[in-house]
Design a binder for this molecule. Sequence first.
Ligand code: SAM
Length: 335
Amino acid sequence: MKNKKNILVDSFKRKHTYLRISLTERCNLRCTYCMPEEGVLLSHKSHIMNFDEIYTIAKTFVDHGVTKIRLTGGEPLIRKDLPIILKRLASLPVEIGVTTNGVIVDKYIDTFKACGIQHINVSLDSLKKERFTQITRRNYFDRVYNNIILLVKNGFKVKINVVLIRGFNDDEIIDFVNLTRDLQISLRFIEFMPFDGNKWDMKKMVSYAEIIQGLNSHFSEKQIERLQDSPNDTSKNYRIKEYKGSFAIISSVTNPFCDSCNRLRLTANGQLKNCLFSATESDLLTSLREGKSIEPIIQKAVLGKFKVRGGMDTLEKLQEPKLHSQNRNMTTIGG
Ligand code: SAM
């Protein structure tokens, strides 16, 4: 490709074309499975990337073959300079998506449109108001639900992320799937994953196999259609015939998708993580501020990527608290 520099290939020949950028460690919700009760230690403001730095680092990745960027956090929409960040990134030849809790999405509909952003993922773990409040420790169910409808009405490609937790919301799987009957959304059930301070327990995780089993006992085999997954898809996709939307399962715990992983992550304080589960990070921001090239650091980080889940290649290792306490909590990684 003309003017393209070395693409980002790891030692297992996986090409990295997708960068997730966390814009902030802060969030306007306090989801129990994401953030420890006592909150998280935030980086000093001076250590958080400013919009110029975000653009410069993103451009370096795009120059090296990244074609897709997703903005996340914390909650990316609470960043005051979000419109500037979106405008700058929109000037790059890259598809941009946003992952949000949806609380203040209504304020950004026009900005998203102006910046050509079509793909918005919204997290919603319960369709019951009281449960929503219980899990997020905030009373914003109506806002989030109405904002999902607003996004769909405005023609955005909307995915809804649902983290399933046994005994909490696993009785809502069918209700969530039924939401796809009239709404053109793609629902994603996510297996509960372990991170520092989130009180993860294998017993609380609802597995891919169990979700399928639950669906099979409600819908007939003829009603459930397995869809073709896109290359590098993290999810296994399905739909109920005649329903407008679709649903999928992201089985990072029981059935990881590491073989086709094309993702890298940049934290809000400018650290590159080559995997969600990686305990090590590479400091891009300090080098950038010192005027040094960040390309060698990126290439080294990519080459150092483990084959499976940051080295936690077995379920036994994943259940080892010492191993995930070496990682960050989800809100400061950028989910
Ligand atoms: N604030 C935004 C949001 O709520 O979508 C973006 C950040 S949030 C950390 C990104 C995604 O990570 C959400 O869909 C959330 O449900 C998911 N997530 C957080 N902790 C998780 C965990 N322990 N297991 C699985 N998914 C998790």
